[in-house]
Write a protein that binds this ligand. Structure first.
Ligand SMILES: Cc1ncc(COP(=O)(O)O)c(C=O)c1O
Length: 349
């Protein structure tokens, strides 16, 4: 498949976060204990057996990454090794075969390269969202792992996850539903975790919030995470804190932010359980973070029948989150020095 170097004629500043079909996607098949080499395909459709375990028992997982264009025109991935590692951790938890890093990265790079014309240009504020996925396919009926698997990667150019451009201040509503049991699958990017969250998100949106905020399922005391993002908090006493829990997704964005906070913020950085009711009075700034959301300051939280407001009553972005955002996106977009060697260049020709 020849790479077109001519960019698509899109309104890059107004893409929203939705699926747009591009020319190419990558697919490799696991059969008889081995992966095929994999190839690029034209069709966005997947044909699977009606008994496929991915359809009945949710034996599947996925990842979310982004490619962005740097000021000098390079196409950058952000820490693809961590997405591969997390996919393999999920695969092991769901009795699926690991996708070797070489295959994972080749699938991602080939898909990005073949869809170069869809990679938003530098300065557009948009990026190319990358969705690697692993599904259990083939004929089956009883509750057991699949015999065959497909590893697929597709991409779609996207704008900001939350409606307004740039750093949108959002709101979260503490959910009455639990996301994940303490020793369940919360720390893995399994699709099954997300189906159960659809109703929680709907209820949160009915309250006027953007997303649900989950507390720990055992005690309903400590912050777990939001529907599709981890949480970070700037607290009184010059502290920068993130909730520690074995039921949350180990967010690549949050781990990177915590490293940057250690390196660049003159604050005490803590990774520990956060008792929401006891500590909310100490919150100065709160934010949700993830690949799709990047960093979204949380202006208010709905808890026990009332809204709790943070920095500037939720009217503007606080100084700590603004700084953390600038540090992170500066590296992801190739604007600032990448001292931690996190970005990976996709060679286009
Ligand atoms: C439940 C959940 N938590 C956190 C995140 C953020 O993780 P990452 O920063 O690796 O994208 C995501 C999505 O990406 C998610 O779906």
């Amino acid at each position: 498949m020849a790479t077109s170097m001519v960019k698509k004629d899109l309104n890059w500043a107004d893409l929203g976060f939705k699926y747009r079909q591009t020319e190419a996607r990558f697919s490799a098949i696991y059969k008889n204990g081995a992966w095929s080499t994999g190839a690029l395909l034209d069709s966005p459709m997947i044909s699977v057996h009606e008994g496929a375990p991915t359809l009945h028992y949710a034996q599947q997982c996925f990842e979310g990454m982004k490619a962005q264009t740097s000021p000098d025109g390079r196409v950058l991935l952000f820490r693809p090794d961590l997405n591969s590692e997390r996919m393999n951790q999920t695969a092991a938890r769901l009795l699926m075969p690991e996708v070797p890093y070489e295959l994972f990265l080749r699938g991602v790079e080939e898909t990005v390269r073949a869809n170069y014309s869809w990679v938003p240009p530098y300065g557009s504020g948009a990026s190319l969202y990358i969705r690697p996925m692993l599904i259990g396919v083939g004929e089956n009926l009883g509750l057991r792992p699949a015999n065959e698997y497909e590893f697929r990667v597709f991409v779609s150019p996207v704008g900001p996850y939350y409606k307004s451009a740039g750093l949108a201040v959002i709101s979260l509503a503490v959910s009455d539903y639990d996301r994940a049991a303490p020793n369940g699958t919360g720390a893995y990017k399994a699709g099954a975790n997300y189906a159960g969250g659809l109703l929680a998100t709907k209820k949160a949106q009915e309250l006027g919030a953007n997303e649900a905020l989950y507390l720990d399922a055992a005690k309903r005391t400590y912050i777990d995470e939001a529907g599709s993002a981890n949480i970070i908090v700037a607290m009184k006493g010059n502290r920068f804190v993130t909730p520690k829990s074995n039921a949350i997704l180990p967010s690549v964005t949050r781990r990177s932010i915590m490293t940057l906070a250690e390196q660049h913020l003159n604050m005490q950085v803590e990774d520990r359980p956060i008792d929401l009711r006891k500590e909310i009075g100490d919150f100065e700034e709160m934010a949700a973070c993830g690949t799709a959301a990047v960093l979204a300051p949380v202006g208010k939280v709905w808890l026990d029948g009332a809204w709790h407001h943070f920095h500037d009553n939720g009217q503007s972005v606080g100084p700590v989150m603004q700084k953390v955002y600038d540090l992170l996106v500066g590296i992801q977009r190739g604007e600032s020095p990448d001292e931690n060697h996190w970005t990976h260049v996709v060679k286009i020709d």
